[in-house]
Design a protein around this ligand. Structure first.
Ligand code: PMP
Length: 417
């Protein structure tokens, strides 16, 4: 039985007050809060065995190396990867996607080749491909959405062809919440010989994700969105793809032998980890994985489905609200973007902050999607393992008051805001 009150006790920050009210943290899609176990793991590393990895032969270096490589194994297990050699540590999802763009795309793409993206991508899965298209002459193609905020699969199938080299898409939209049918899309892409990169920034923290079942070639995700520290993320890639890839950055760690004019490369995945890695945060990420595994990813998903369904139904009570994305909670993750009539989303965000409620307002690094929706920005509430129905009630009550306040001010001023 999932007990959200027991979960909340593990997150010290949830005891905070903001503007004299209990913090209602509804911004987990931007970054999640951290359980005490993660905070302790960081302190433990720095207090007991801080040392550089792979180089030293002293006890601390051996302990740090063992813990860092154990973290790689744990991340691989968490996503069902066959081998830890398939996992490259990066700073975040963004760096993982750039790694693929530079280490694979730059050497593979030719003029006239096509990369298929979607209109709901985060900038981190758009801009690296734009840079790559400029460098290589490859063309970008983009899958549109339907009126209910799902990918237009008919359009997707029409975009695939013999020149498709890569399909790069998000597993879950950070704005619409849409969970995309990645397995079927990957199968279709593979039938044309294309590779598939999945942006798992929003899915790996919230859904049970197994790379073998997803049938993806690359999966990018961030530790900080899944209870782990900032500054650590991962790229999963099929080992034979990594083997065939050249390094993306040069320096220490990633080499086998260095001459003055040329070098040979280390084995994978270390070939892609130039310089001193983020040892502390990789190790502390394991505490987050332990925490999520103890809860179970299926119960985590079930909890978020329940909260999302409740939020979708309660938010509809707010006069003048527009909610974006699929109607049914089962088709989406724990993200609800919305707008109030005649109140700018930044004003919504600022007003909610006065009630101690943290939401995000803006384009959420998805400008093309907002343009497609015909709007500049949205307010976004996002949920996680510690979100309660009472917090949704607090959000709805504060939105009622915000709407009422702005309507009154607009009425007195005699003009719409
Ligand atoms: N993709 C998606 C869908 C996201 O939501 C985010 C974070 N907002 C990212 C990529 C980028 O993640 P990071 O900033 O950790 O690199």
């Amino acid at each position: 039985m999932y007990d959200v009150q027991v979960v909340r006790k593990d997150f010290p920050i949830l005891e905070r007050q903001v503007h004299g009210r209990p913090l209602v943290y509804l911004d987990s899609a931007a970054t999640s809060q951290k359980p005490q176990a993660v905070i302790d793991a960081l302190a433990d590393y720095y207090s007991r065995y801080n040392a550089n990895v792979h180089r030293g032969i002293h006890t601390l270096a051996e302990e740090a190396t063992a813990a860092y490589e154990d973290a790689r194994r744990r991340v691989a297990d968490f996503i069902g990867a066959a081998s830890p050699r398939s996992v490259v540590f990066t700073r975040n999802t963004t760096e993982a996607i750039n790694l693929v763009a530079y280490a694979w795309g730059r050497r593979t793409l030719r003029p006239g080749d096509e990369v298929v993206l979607t209109v709901m991508e985060h900038h981190s899965n758009l801009v690296p491909w734009q840079l790559m298209a400029q460098d290589t002459g490859a063309a970008l193609r983009s899958v549109d959405i339907t009126e209910d905020g799902c990918l237009d699969l008919e359009a997707f199938h029409k975009l695939l062809g013999p020149r498709t080299r890569l399909v790069a898409l998000t597993h879950m939209s950070n704005v619409l919440g849409t969970v995309n049918p990645v397995v079927a899309m990957a199968r279709a892409a593979h039938s044309y010989g294309a590779l598939v990169l999945v942006d798992g920034a929003q899915s790996v923290p919230h859904l049970p994700v197994r790379v073998q079942e997803l049938a993806c070639d690359f999966l990018a995700f961030s530790g900080h969105k899944m209870l782990g520290p900032t500054g650590i993320g991962a790229l999963y890639a099929r080992e034979e793809l990594l083997e065939a890839m050249e390094p993306f950055m040069g320096g220490g760690e990633m080499i086998r032998e260095v001459q003055l004019e040329r070098s040979t490369w280390n084995e994978v995945p270390w070939r892609f980890e130039a310089g001193t890695p983020n040892i502390a945060d990789a190790i502390a990420w394991v505490a987050a994985l332990d925490y999520l595994e103890a809860l179970g990813m299926a119960p985590v998903r079930a909890h978020e489905l329940e909260i999302t369904a409740y939020a979708l139904s309660r938010l509809q009570e707010v006069p003048g609200i527009t909610i974006y994305g699929p109607r049914a909670a089962e088709d989406r993750g724990g993200v609800v973007a919305f707008n109030l009539k005649e109140v700018h989303p930044h004003d919504v965000g600022t007003a909610l902050d006065q009630y101690g409620i943290a939401v995000r307002a803006g384009h959420h690094c998805a400008q093309p999607l907002h343009r497609r929706l015909g709007i500049g920005s949205t307010a976004r509430a996002s949920f996680y393992v510690y979100t309660t129905a009472q917090e949704i009630d607090a959000l709805v009550a504060a939105l009622h008051q915000t709407q009422e306040f702005f309507t009154r001010v607009a009425g007195r001023a005699g003009r719409p805001l």
